[in-house]
Design a protein around this ligand. Structure first.
Ligand SMILES: [Zn+2]
Ligand SMILES: [Zn+2]
Length: 259
């Protein structure tokens, strides 16, 4: 299995980061993507620091919508450089978060757009975070991202089947996290049931959004087992088949440049 989105750099792992990685490997999570947004610019290397030290870890670089107001022209120059790192597989997470509004919305949109241009130029997929900003997110992707034909990952997909279809049409993969295991997440489960098998991914988003039966606790990559089990049940396949399909999808999308 591949955890396509986790924040192992979080201070919530300061006490047991190595042990958490070992537990993930023991649970069958062979690779983990650490999202490099960290505390925001000027530090853009939160993921790379871990990828450099741990063979099973890959990284992204990017500016989270929460941190959009911290981005400067130097941020973009540095992102272009860091995208050349051999273990950086995508740019993100980027997007729009109108729930928290930690950065002004017009700044969020601009920083999102700038990052799409950088990723397109570097021919790398993007990782999208969107919350209560569905229409603006899709509109920007439609204009600025679709023409590149590079696709990407809708991280922690929490929409319904219609929204899933829109994302698939834009060339995206849907990454399912802990939410798909929640009893009341019928819409997300239906989206997970309908999505084509070659476009599904799994993630923890650790330390956030732990799957049932760990809900409410700190999440960690080892808990990916619960998400894959639920995804398999929803789709009427075995957990092994779901693990294999999502691993293959990830490799096809993200590892074609790194080998
Ligand atoms: Zn996110
Ligand atoms: Zn995240």
């Amino acid at each position: 299995m591949i955890d396509s989105h986790c924040h192992l750099d979080s201070e919530k792992f300061d006490a047991d980061r190595e042990a958490a990685i070992d537990r993930a490997l023991a649970a069958g999570v062979e690779r983990m993507v650490v999202i490099g947004t960290g505390e925001g610019p000027p530090d853009l290397e939160a993921g790379i620091r871990l990828a450099d030290r741990h063979q099973p870890i890959y990284a992204t670089v990017g500016v989270h919508p929460h941190d959009a107001s911290k981005a400067t022209p130097e941020t973009y120059t540095r992102l272009r450089e860091l995208l050349k790192h051999p273990k950086v597989i995508a740019l993100g997470e980027m997007g729009l978060d109108y729930h928290y509004d930690h950065s002004p919305r017009e700044v969020q949109r601009d920083v999102f757009l700038q990052q799409m241009l950088i990723a397109g130029e570097a021919r790398k997929p993007i990782v999208i975070h969107t919350r209560e900003a569905w229409e603006d997110t899709i509109a920007l992707l439609e204009v600025y991202w679709r023409p590149y034909g590079l696709g990407g990952i809708m991280h922690c997909f929490s929409g319904n089947a219609d929204q899933a279809a829109l994302c698939l049409d834009l060339g995206f993969h849907l990454s399912f996290g802990g939410i798909v295991t929640f009893p009341k997440a019928a819409d997300v489960q239906e989206a997970a049931r309908q999505a084509s098998a070659d476009r599904i991914l799994i993630e923890t988003d650790a330390p956030y959004l732990a799957p049932v039966p760990h809900r409410g606790k700190r999440n960690e990559p080892a808990f990916l087992v619960e998400t894959v089990r639920k995804l398999a049940e929803i789709r009427g396949m075995t957990p092994d088949d779901a693990a294999q399909a999502t691993t293959r999808n990830f490799e096809r999308l993200c590892l074609r440049y790194t080998g």
